[in-house]
Design a protein around this ligand. Structure first.
Ligand code: PRX
Length: 634
């Protein structure tokens, strides 16, 4: 398998491709797209109008992404390993499937979907742990043109139900239970609870993972293994339009309700492959491992689609970094001879805190490129990763991107180009980021912070927010006319390398996962004892940001600790354990201006532990409340 022409092989080559991509984007992306299998060629490469958020790539082209992920590799690489699955328990046997085997499994699963009434355009919610059937399920949907909406299996029944209802999903694919570290979670029971308030779902397909007894609702619930016995492996891929929906993935924004980000087939395919090959510098026999969960966009693009489009061997891990001990990641790297390793700063910090001996007892000789994603990586974690994992030999690729961007936007490309701790680096070819000041003017001064925006479309950008296009326009395209607004602040050094500072909106990034402050407040407010709440982020050693909640309760007669525990429980029920507040301060009021707006600046400072200079508080309705809040800070 030869690398395609667009795989960058030096920093000079990067600069060349970058200028070609900016001078003539249509020609550049049209040429990249030529290397895929299309049923019918496109009429135009890119048509766009940022004001209306109308974007199309490879218009009227016909393709199926699974033909490009699987069928296309069969003649030359059918026997190459496509997927390695490492179970939670290191004593359990791993799974290794070749491209031919994966193809066969995807086709059979796709036939099960069809037999159970699923057709092109239907939305299928997938709520599954990190088992190999999850990858198969995603591809099976794509095979028949069903739109997958993967919901991270750590979300609560309530959060799952919201997502199912928003997309009016017809089917749910799930498992009986899950193992994660020492935890065992009855996944199917969560689905059952969610479906009590979802009327759109007519079928549930259940994968047997734990063999626990589960209730199966007659007529609705079926076991995957029983259904697979009834079908064969012949399933021609459904021809899709480039702009047909491939998937929906929910993500949080600054309002209470998560948005369904919509990605479409053609452009997403082209950019997933393009960015994967370039950032990770994947070579033919490499073993690549991304530790993310497929419930997030990183897993979609860089466990499933990017690697498989590129004909890579991709590793999938069911467990957690600290089970059975904090050397697990490194043990897996040595076990399979992993060459590219991609993880999150929060995992690096958690492992760093466990002591160096765990990483030092493994060789990690096979590693060539190591990457991070999800949040800014602090210098200490960067150096630890570089020295102890990369052995000062492997480039660290700090990849900046978002659910909305579909693929990596700013990053070093393997070892081609400079690496600087805490700097993501330069944009990939085809990506045109700019920094804007508060008035929306572009500036190029170095070391000046601004709003990060993108001024030209790229193939894998979001197309809409499901069911509410106006929300897409308002959130991303109306802050600054003519730009896609990322919601992040950034700056550039004197050489033009980008450093991402973090969110500039009311979004908190906890362990690389996004939550809107309003979303957590809404959850807290569902507790009947709560009158009002305000949530802010604060720096957290491991998670990057922690969740700090200020809560006004109706009647403070109960024990404060009991109250706090009940509030946490409400959040777990409404969203899931991942959104648990780290600190809850019970207060009698919030710092509000006369117009009723909460002065979050003050709450943020107090949460950060900095009460020295809270700024002007004279415009507050009740300035005394600030003293109470500072005195009671946790
Ligand atoms: O704030 C940025 C941060 O994560 C946000 C996107 O979150 P999500 O859509 O959940 O996707 C995460 C995985 C792609 C961004 O707006 N972020 C992501 N990567 C980085 C980052 N911040 C700094 N450096 C990064 N490398």
């Amino acid at each position: 398998m030869e690398s395609p022409w667009y795989r960058v092989n030096s920093f000079e080559h990067y600069k060349q491709l970058y200028s070609q991509s900016v001078e003539n984007p249509d020609k550049f992306w049209g040429d990249v797209a030529e290397s895929f299998r299309w049923r019918k060629k496109w009429d135009s490469v890119c048509e766009w109008d940022f004001n209306q958020a109308n974007i199309s790539w490879f218009k009227n082209g016909k393709l199926n992404i699974t033909e490009n992920c699987l069928d296309r590799h069969l003649s030359e690489n059918g026997d190459k390993v496509a997927l390695i699955w490492e179970p939670n328990d290191p004593k359990e046997k791993y799974i290794q499937w070749t491209y031919r085997e994966l193809h066969n499994r995807v086709c059979r699963f796709a036939n099960v979907l069809k037999e159970n009434g699923c057709k092109k355009g239907d939305v299928v919610a997938i709520y599954m742990p990190m088992i190999p059937e999850l990858t198969v399920a995603v591809l099976a949907c794509a095979r028949i043109g069903a739109v997958h909406s993967v919901v991270f299996a750590g979300f609560s029944a309530h959060a799952l139900a919201d997502r199912i209802n928003d997309a009016q999903a017809k089917m749910v694919l799930t498992s009986d239970g899950l193992y994660r570290g020492l935890k065992e979670i009855p996944v199917k029971r969560v689905v059952d609870e969610a479906l009590l308030i979802c009327s759109s779902v007519s079928k549930v397909v259940v994968v047997q993972r734990t063999s626990w007894a589960v209730k199966m609702k007659p007529g609705r619930d079926v076991w995957l293994h029983e259904e697979l016995d009834k079908v064969d492996s012949d399933c021609p891929a459904e021809p899709m339009d480039s702009e047909d929906m491939l998937f929906i993935l929910y993500t949080s924004g600054s309002t209470g309700k998560p948005k369904g980000i919509v990605h479409t087939c053609g452009g997403y395919m082209v950019y997933a492959d393009f960015s994967f090959r370039n950032v990770f510098q994947y070579d033919e026999n490499d073993i690549y491992w991304c530790t993310a969960d497929i419930g997030w966009v990183t897993g979609h693009t860089y466990i499933v689609y990017g690697p498989l489009l590129s004909g890579a061997t991709t590793v999938m891990f069911e467990g957690v970094p600290t089970y059975p001990d904090p050397g697990r990641f490194w043990q897996i790297c040595d076990k399979y001879g992993v060459n590219q390793f991609y993880t999150a700063p929060t995992a690096i910090r958690a492992l760093m805190a466990q002591g160096d001996e765990h990483v030092l007892s493994y060789s990690l000789d096979s590693l060539k490129v190591i990457g991070t994603v999800g949040e800014p990586i602090n210098e200490e974690a960067w150096y630890w990763y570089h020295v102890h994992v990369g052995k000062e030999r492997c480039p660290v690729v700090d990849t900046w991107w978002q659910t909305e961007t579909g693929g990596i936007m700013i990053s070093a490309l393997g070892d081609h180009g400079p690496h600087k701790p805490t700097y993501a680096g330069y944009p990939l070819p085809g990506i045109q980021p700019v920094l804007l000041d508060g008035e929306g003017n572009e500036f190029s001064d170095s070391d000046k912070e601004g709003y990060l925006a993108i001024k030209h479309p790229w193939p894998s950008m979001l197309r809409t927010t499901y069911g509410d296009h106006q929300r897409c326009i308002n959130t991303y395209f109306s802050h600054y006319n003519g730009y896609y607004f990322t919601g992040d602040g950034a700056k550039r050094d004197e050489n033009g390398m980008f450093r991402i500072i973090g969110r500039v909106d009311d979004v908190i990034n906890v362990s690389g996962h996004r939550f809107g402050t309003a979303e957590i407040e809404d959850a807290i407010n569902r507790n009947p004892q709560v009158a009002e709440s305000a949530v802010v982020g604060y720096p957290h050693d491991i998670k990057g940001q922690g969740i700090y909640a200020y809560v006004i309760v109706r009647d403070r007669i109960d024990d404060d600790e009991v109250l706090r525990a009940e509030i946490v429980e409400t959040v777990v029920e409404e969203i899931g354990k991942i959104a648990k507040p780290d600190k809850i301060q019970l207060v009698s009021g919030l710092p509000k201006t006369r117009s009723g707006k909460i002065m979050r600046r003050i709450l943020r400072k107090v949460a950060e532990g900095d009460t020295t200079n809270l700024g002007d508080t004279s415009t507050l309705l009740d300035p005394k409340i600030v003293d109470e809040i500072t005195e009671g800070a946790i």
